[in-house]
Design a protein around this ligand. Sequence first.
Ligand code: ASP
Length: 449
Amino acid sequence: MNSQNYISVSAEPVKVVKFGGSSLADAEHFRMVKDIVTAESSRRFVVPSAPGKRFNGDDKVTDLFYKCYEVSDDRTALKEVFERVKERYELIIQGLGLSLNLSAEYESILSAISHHAGRDYAASRGEYLNGIILAHLLGYDFIDAAKVIRFAEDGSFDSETTNEILGKELAKHDRAVIPGFYGSMPNGTVKTFSRGGSDITGSIVARAVNACLYENWTDVTGFLTADPRIITNPRKIDVITYRELRELSYMGATVLHEDAIFPVRFAGIPINIRNTNAPKESGTMIVASADPSAPTPTITGIAGKTGFSVLNIEKDMMNAELGFGRKVLEVIEECGVAFEHLPSGIDTMSVIMNTHDIEKCRQKIIDGICHEVEPEFISIEDDLALIAVVGRGMVKSKGTAARLFKACAAADINIRMIDQGSSELNIIIGVDAGDFARAQNAIYKEFVG
Ligand code: ASP
């Protein structure tokens, strides 16, 4: 049954709003969050993270909870760390002037952690307690995520069971806060997503209520066209498609948890990245497909990653040797290594892998391949950086690759590898790690200005 059937009939479309840790780090930010939520009555379902850092060098509450777990056998150390957690929440409660007493919650969490309730349970309490406070402040119902977000026996997220249970539960609430980051296993124990996983919860809730929009409120103005550590003041992306986002995230552009895309993409719900500290700004809209009549820049964004190695293999008549590629990839697979790219020629084959992944099995890969396919030449070269130039505006547009290579040549950068997917949505180039920043600057200047 479609989740749409569960949600109470409402004249107004529903929005799901998720706030990151920095948006809920202290009482002042909680007030800003309240202003945002109450500014639009469609913002009916709210997903909070745990309190983040208030200043450089501060602790994230989730990290403090992980610490609690680590020292759980040492009663004094546990109490000491837990006091710091309590202090964070008490400062928020007092700062907001709320009459909310969490003593019983603190007691039961401390006792559970000291009785080995588990690492995920400990980590999840950051969102759990923040959810209680936020629900109190907003006057919204509180729904414990352990009751509505389900994982399967093998630890993977159980999307269909969750959608069913969550849809039914949310239909009973006009307005509610659902803490992010965690859910439960079939036996009831708490399990978390990976770090930054509150983004995923927001997306799951948006799907379950068939929201018209999933607003993800954070501390940046949106997705940027390039990494601000490499390009000075890069322009913001106004509209990006899910597929473009996936390409850029893979290359390390991080604003949103990668897995947060799937539930809403499946349901065709757009995501709007917004800045809690600048709520008037429109942020970045992530959509299934962009309006084709709207002006589209050639390049939506540039992202890159260092730390790659390339395995080069040469053998005459390789293309005619049945199973050559499979045998090579099997050796790599048997070493437990995933490959990233596979640019190949007629008698040459290159396999790009993360340097970190092959650290312990470099020789085993070489020996295995020599044994399986008897190449004439084989080597592994390190210090490769990959740069992805991504844009729906590149599809069927002529001259993009020429401009890209010309810009690199003018900056005296040697391109070691080229990979263009058949989607034409991206061109990936490999350059020496030493040319990484210069190449991105040259490409940015050519396409963005
Ligand atoms: N609090 C969790 C973390 O720090 C999850 C999140 O913030 O999304 O990773």
